[in-house]
Write a new protein. Structure first.
Lengths: 896, 521
């Protein structure tokens, strides 16, 4: 029978000193701090089932704590009585049995059974090893896994042991093994689920070699289990012998080996292991001090405990407040040994029926108190919370224990009474300062003193930390954003309105789609929705281009002053602007300044003569557009090839445009502009136009391609957003720009589930909104990208993730008309949250997660959000987060 | 296959062996032998009151030790350090936020930290010429640490750093203006103003002096200036072996800093490196290979999957040319490291300090067979080749401790790379210390990861780094609990040998720790 050790760690520190050799026979000092910490106070566990006298130094620490003193009895001669709770370890012996047998009636089926006869919920934590290195753990083939098992990563299985029959303590688990299995061994450890204890075989895995084992394993087995082998001997002897004769270097077992003869056959195996389960048991002990009725100068101390078995009281007395151990003068109680003149050991009397032990000691009156610990066996001692039990004996009849409180700062030699009650250990206290000074009383003093000091130190630490934080924070240089953009010049709280930002809290709605012109009465239709849009929380609506146009959608303007379009006539336009203003929504006109369609041909058949009030000719057309034979200067931007590009460098053109914009402001009542295709001309001209027309809000469409490499979008889109920023810079910040970068990145993020893209190399948002949030007009779709054109459609089904992102993040979010109605309620919630939490275009984003499948961020510390299938929940902490909105793969919280 | 389960078992195995018992007897009353433990006791006695001694040190269980390992490793407490702010000393050689640091030092001491790490920058010490040194501010910081009773690990950075913006010394950059090729140059010609090319180590490019000589005189100056501090206050010197204070090429873009996590680019386009490449190619009998770096490697932040060079299947990294180039490229790095370590061990060898150097944990893209981020940084590591063996061998040669950052990184990539490096260290007997890559954030398990790594056997652990965020209400409590949690698990081991024959605690806590370990597995 071999022996099993439960607790690996107890062996780490074999205690080497024999008590009888101790220099000072004083009670042992047990330091058990923080008894409220369950992991510390309960030492229960399973200990090696060696014979108690095997010489192993198993010395479970046992603790006791004082319970409430019972009320004083009526007896007049009773001086004091105190009850202590004694926590100790109870040992139960049991057996774990491991059997590997051929299954009845099957030639090639084997069965491994692991059973344990101790009560408990046992779990077999096991794995298999396929090769000769049997220490390896691998996952077994699925057919081997017993029902009810849990797979632990890729190397282990946890299978519960089931009771053999109802009400029986013995439980077992069976694993079926195929005779041809390539598995070389099964390794396991046991776990007792209720206590969480692990059970190893002398600190190793239990190992069941299926085909015999490496040499050392065999010797080990043979030595340990001589008595066991006979049981299985007839089954295995031949095989074993065969194995031993075989090559000592085991051949690797090939997995797909049909030639089973080359593989060693499975060998039966049976071994029993003894285990000891250690359980914490609570006992009590009462110490009563009374006057002796026989002799007036003596007090009697009665000790009574319900601890079964042998109990030795290791005790001494003290004569003064120093509580140093002394041996009282004889006579001593029976069965008492004197140890080196500093302590006595008295075997307590057994009470009948094994109900416990008691003892009685007569002590002289000058004895001020009794100090003791209990010894249960050679290796088990019981103390009182790491200290001696102290029973003060007061000779006054009051029976009242006077406590001398230690004053802070008292020198350590100062005596104090030791409160036998549980010291007020605070969980927060860092415990565990140990006394290396031999004097036990000074140890006690220090231990208590330490608690106070620990408190002070913790206080001190926190004070220092707060100070350090304050200074660091103030001295920390605020890092300037890369671009020399001073975004803080206008703080949103001041509500400074600039055409680049509006009031900073704007939320845009694109009030049309690619089909809106079809009914011919769009202004009318949209006007009916003004109230709804206002109620949803939009502050700005963007109307379609109002002018006469070659294309019905309005982006090929001809006569700029002709405001009758497929969307409605000028009166209807004025009417709708008025309607929106009534509900408090500002209106943006979509102005196409880059190009203009001519109304007639020049002499050489080129369409470059403009009609209407602005009767420009080829001089107003850029020179580098071959199709239209422009006579102006070269374009200051990119060309739009479908129509003549206007040469904004011409003074007369700019004057005319400024005039037109002012007319629109005044006549129609537009509050601002959405500037079409601003890539086509220098942003500086835009600044001119905006300064002249004084819009409340303006946003430009600067749309070019993101960077891709071999078809995959680059992580770093800094160049792309830089181009947009450059344009905004050219307008001197008088206009914002659509954050095409963010839209593009969101595409990749959602299409490929690559949420890590949402944090740039500086852990900021990767789009324009990360660099110049107040000028970024974020959007996920517009009439070109989506609608019926679908030039660059946002990933279908993931629109709300996009909105959860832009509506919680800084920048000025813009919602596409179609989406307002597709996702009305979800968008309403997000907008309402944005307004409620006052998220604005300059809010700060703290990215918390940007991983493969989840992105999470905190905005202004007030809103937390996540998108993506991955997990994120805001930290429980000082802030109380409540869910504000939630949908497919997105969730938004607000701090309350 | 190794299993974390093996952890607790190891302990028992080795402790059950008679060896340990014998050890136990040889040190009566302790049950431990080994100077470390005795040392701990001594400290306990000295710092008796202050929660101080125990706190800093953390008992280590060899949880990740391979089961078959026979070597008995005594449990050593881990020394916990905290990095001082990178801008502790400003470019104008004054101490920044001195009061905050001073308060911080005291707090750390009380919490039980063993010491702090002080980053020293070349540009601060030698701002004007190769002949003058100004250590005054650093000396003042060392004094502060000494007064606070903390140890110092001094990191000698021969490189620059983007945050705070400390580049190479002005006079070095001036030299680089006349000869830009003394700096690392990438494929597009952009210069790294934070790092001298390894190829000029032994060329007289700095006002007629060789960089290695300049470094040596810097080391010597440090050694003589701080002579009173060695052993008592300064216990460790970390030398930077490349960019970012680590043994590596500056494979990240010249404008970004070390937080760059993409693949990066090979840095071999300065004329000195190119000429060495040319030579190497000629002696390899293939002069065409010496014309430049791989033409088909990806750009800094491009996906390596799209690059012909790095792609998993059929990538040119896995061709004779790839092998030639990568071997040469990684050798250059090793030679540079060797040169610096040789100087350092020469200068510091007799001091009672530990020499250490940092190796980056380039786990990004580690899942690709070509390990592209490691390749560009100069570690010829791939699915088929262990690039860290030679590196650790070099560390072993100079008895240099290896500092590995990224101990807080979660995920399988960091784990497997860390495992690989640690194995190499084990093989060559190199001690390992750890750092975290960033302040741990709320709601993450990075501290758990650090704890796990620390308990798996580190000599020291340096938490990076002190500053406003470190002491912020969002972060400090996490850190404090981390330290205290570490100390608790250590307490028991400390508790165990207490008593002169009375009893041994069963140490439920460390047991519980093991359980957690196993359950987490």
């Amino acid at each position: 029978m071999s022996i099993v050790r439960w607790k690996p760690l107890i062996h780490q520190l074999p205690l080497v000193r024999n008590p009888s050799l101790s220099l000072r026979e004083q009670p042992k000092r047990y330091i058990r701090c923080c008894p409220k910490n369950p992991s510390l106070s309960s030492s229960a566990g399973f200990v090696l089932g060696s014979k108690p006298d095997s010489g192993r130094n198993l010395r479970p620490i046992v603790e006791a704590k004082a319970a409430q003193s019972p009320p004083l009895s009526q007896e007049t001669d009773l001086i004091s009585s105190e009850q202590f709770t004694v926590n100790r370890i109870k040992k139960t012996y049991g057996k774990v049995s491991v059997k590997l047998e051929r299954r009845c009636g099957y030639e090639a089926r084997w069965m491994l059974e692991v059973s344990c006869d101790l009560v408990g919920k046992w779990i077999l934590h096991w794995g298999v090893s396929y090769c000769d290195n049997q220490a390896e753990w691998d996952q077994p083939p699925p057919e081997m896994i017993p029902p009810g098992s849990t797979v632990i990563k890729d190397y282990a299985i946890e299978s519960p042991l089931n009771a053999r029959s109802e009400g029986q303590s013995e439980s077992a688990v069976q694993i079926e093994i195929d005779g041809d299995t390539p598995i070389g061994a099964i390794n396991f450890v046991l776990k007792e689920e209720e206590t969480g204890r692990w059970y190893h075989n002398k600190g190793r895995d239990f190992r069941v070699p299926l085909r015999g084992s490496s040499e050392d394993e065999i010797t080990l087995s043979m030595k340990q289990s001589v008595s066991i082998w006979p049981e299985a001997f007839d089954q295995i002897s031949n095989m074993l012998r065969k194995h031993e004769e075989s090559d000592p270097a085991p051949a690797p077992i090939l997995e797909d080996n049909s030639d089973t003869s080359s593989k060693k056959p499975i060998i039966a195996f049976h071994e029993d292991y003894t285990v000891i389960k250690e359980e914490p048991v609570q006992n009590s002990m009462t110490v009563t001090v009374r006057k002796s009725d026989k002799s007036s100068d003596k007090n009697i101390v009665d000790v009574d405990t319900d601890i079964p078995g042998h109990v030795v009281l290791h005790w001494g007395v003290y004569m003064n407040e120093s509580k140093n151990w002394h041996v009282p003068p004889p006579p001593y109680p029976p069965a008492t040994k004197v140890l080196r003149k500093s302590a006595l050991q008295t075997l307590l009397e057994k009470k009948s029926l094994g109900l416990g032990n008691r003892g009685s000691f007569a002590l002289n009156k000058e004895v001020k108190g009794l100090v003791f610990v209990l010894k249960l066996d050679e290796y088990t001692w019981v103390n009182n919370m790491g200290k001696d039990f102290v029973v003060p004996i007061e000779n006054s009849t009051s029976g009242h224990e006077e406590k001398i409180e230690e004053k802070p700062g008292t020198v350590s030699s100062t005596d104090k009474s030791v409160d036998t009650g549980a010291a007020p250990y605070t969980e927060n206290l860092i415990s565990g300062i140990r006394n290396l000074v031999d004097d036990i009383s000074s140890h006690k003093n220090k231990a208590q003193k330490t608690n106070e000091e620990q408190d002070n130190i913790l206080h001190e630490i926190e004070k220092l930390v707060v100070e350090a934080y304050r200074i660091f924070k103030n001295s920390s240089v605020v890092e300037k954003p890369d671009k020399s953009v001073d975004d803080t010049s206008t703080t949103p709280t001041q509500l400074v309105v600039s055409s680049g930002t509006g009031n900073g809290h704007e939320i845009l709605c694109q009030g049309f789609n690619w089909e809106s012109h079809k009914s011919g009465r769009w202004y009318h239709e949209l006007g009916e929705k003004a109230k709804l849009l206002a109620e949803l929380g939009f502050s700005i609506v963007w109307l379609p281009p109002p002018t006469e146009s070659v294309s019905p959608e309005g982006y090929m303007p001809t006569d700029l002053y002709n405001l009758n379009s497929k969307y409605g006539n000028i009166e209807e336009l004025k009417d709708i602007v008025h309607k929106f203003r009534e509900v408090g929504i500002k209106v943006l006109g979509d102005v196409v300044l880059n190009h203009r369609c001519a109304t007639s041909c020049s002499e050489n058949g080129i369409w470059n003569i403009f009609g209407g009030r602005l009767n420009w000719d080829a001089r107003a057309i850029v020179a580098d557009d071959p199709h239209f034979q422009g006579k102006g200067n070269k374009s200051s931007g990119d060309n739009f090839h479908a129509a003549p590009n206007i040469d904004h460098s011409q003074e007369f053109v700019r004057t005319d445009i400024k005039e037109w914009l002012c007319y629109l402001r005044k006549e129609v009542g537009y509050d601002g502009w959405r500037l079409d295709f601003v890539r086509g001309f220098w942003g500086g001209y835009v600044k001119d136009y905006l300064e002249a027309s004084q819009p409340y809000f303006a946003v430009g469409e600067y749309w070019d391609s993101l960077s891709y490499t071999y078809g995959e979008m680059d992580y770093n889109q800094n160049a792309h957003r830089q181009r947009i920023i450059d344009w905004i810079n050219a307008t001197n910040g008088t206009a914002g720009a659509f954050d095409v970068t963010t839209k593009g990145i969101l595409h990749s993020v959602l299409e490929r589930c690559e949420y890590w893209r949402l944090s740039d190399e500086k852990a900021k948002p990767p789009g324009v909104l990360g660099w110049w949030p107040s000028r970024a007009v974020t959007f996920i779709e517009n009439h070109d990208t989506g609608s019926t054109q679908g030039h660059w459609r946002f990933p279908a089904g993931k629109e709300m993730q996009g909105y959860a992102y832009i509506l919680t993040h800084p920048g000025t979010p813009s919602v596409f008309f179609d989406h307002v109605f597709c996702f009305q309620e979800e968008i309403r919630r997000l907008i309402s949250l944005r307004l409620r939490k006052k998220i604005h275009c300059r809010s700060t984003v703290k990215i918390l997660k940007a991983e493969k499948d989840v992105y999470a961020a905190e905005i202004d510390g007030k809103v937390a959000m996540k998108i993506g299938p991955g997990f994120y929940e805001p930290e429980r902490g000082p802030k109380n987060w409540t869910v504000a909105a939630e949908g497919a793969d997105y969730k938004v919280w607000e701090a309350s | 296959m190794e299993v974390s389960l093996s952890g607790p078992k190891v302990i028992v195995t080795k402790l059950k062996d008679s060896k340990v018992k014998r050890l136990g007897f040889s040190a009566p009353g302790f049950g431990y032998s080994g100077s470390n433990f005795v040392d701990l006791r001594r400290k306990c006695r000295v710092n008796w009151v202050g929660l101080k001694a125990i706190r800093a040190q953390v008992a280590v269980e060899k949880n990740n030790a391979p089961f078959r390992k026979e070597k008995v490793q005594s449990q050593t407490p881990v020394e916990l350090l905290v990095g001082l702010p990178l801008d502790t000393v400003s470019k104008s050689n004054t101490i920044n936020h001195e009061k905050a640091i001073s308060a911080g030092l005291r707090a750390l001491k009380l919490l039980g930290a063993y010491g702090v790490e002080l980053p020293v920058f070349w540009a601060v010490v030698q701002p004007n010429s190769p002949h003058e040194f100004d250590w005054s501010a650093y000396l003042a910081v060392a004094d502060m640490a000494r007064c606070a009773g903390l140890r110092l690990r001094v990191s000698l950075n021969l490189n620059g750093c983007h945050r705070p913006n400390v580049m190479l010394p002005g006079w070095v950059l001036q030299a680089a203006e006349t000869d830009p090729d003394i700096l690392f140059k990438d494929k597009s010609g952009a210069l790294h103003k934070d790092c001298l090319s390894f190829a000029v180590d032994e060329l007289p490019v700095l006002q007629g002096r060789k960089p290695v000589d300049v470094f040596e005189s810097l080391f010597r100056s440090f050694s003589s200036t701080f002579k009173d501090y060695f052993g008592s206050t300064i216990t460790e010197i970390t030398v930077s072996l490349g960019a970012n204070g680590e043994l590596r090429y500056p494979s990240f873009p010249p404008t970004t800093d070390s937080e760059f996590t993409s693949v990066g680019e090979f840095q071999c386009y300065d004329k000195y490196t190119l000429s060495q490449l040319k030579q190497a190619a000629e002696s390899a009998g293939n002069p065409l290979w010496g014309l430049g770096g791989p033409h088909d490697a990806s750009k800094y932040d491009e996906s390596p999957n799209n690059s012909n060079f790095f792609k998993d299947h059929g990538g040119s990294w896995n061709t004779p040319y790839g092998n030639f180039f990568l071997s040469w490229y990684s050798q250059q790095l090793l030679h540079h490291g060797d040169r610096l370590l040789s100087i350092a061990s020469n200068v510091f060898g007799d001091l009672p300090v530990q020499l250490s150097a940092k190796v980056p944990l380039l786990h990004h893209w580690h899942e690709m067979s070509s390990r592209p981020a490691e390749l560009t940084a100069g570690f010829y590591n791939s699915a088929e080749r262990d690039g860290y063996d030679a590196v650790t061998e070099m560390f072993a040669k100079y008895n240099c401790m290896m500092i590995i950052p990224g101990m807080d990184e979660l995920g399988s990539n960091p784990e497997s790379l860390l495992h690989q490096i640690k194995q190499a260290c084990e093989k060559h007997g190199v001690q390992v210390s750890g750092e975290n890559s960033a302040l741990v954030k709320q709601g993450t398990d990075n501290f758990g990861k650090i704890k796990e790594n620390v308990q798996a056997g580190l000599k020291t652990f340096t938490y990076q780094r002190m500053g406003a965020d470190f002491f912020s209400p969002e972060h400090w409590p996490l850190f404090r609990e981390f330290v205290r949690g570490m100390e608790r698990s250590q307490l028991d081991a400390d508790d165990l040998p207490e008593g002169n024959g009375g009893g041994v605690s069963l140490s439920a806590d460390s047991e519980a720790g093991n359980n957690r370990e196993m359950q987490a597995a």
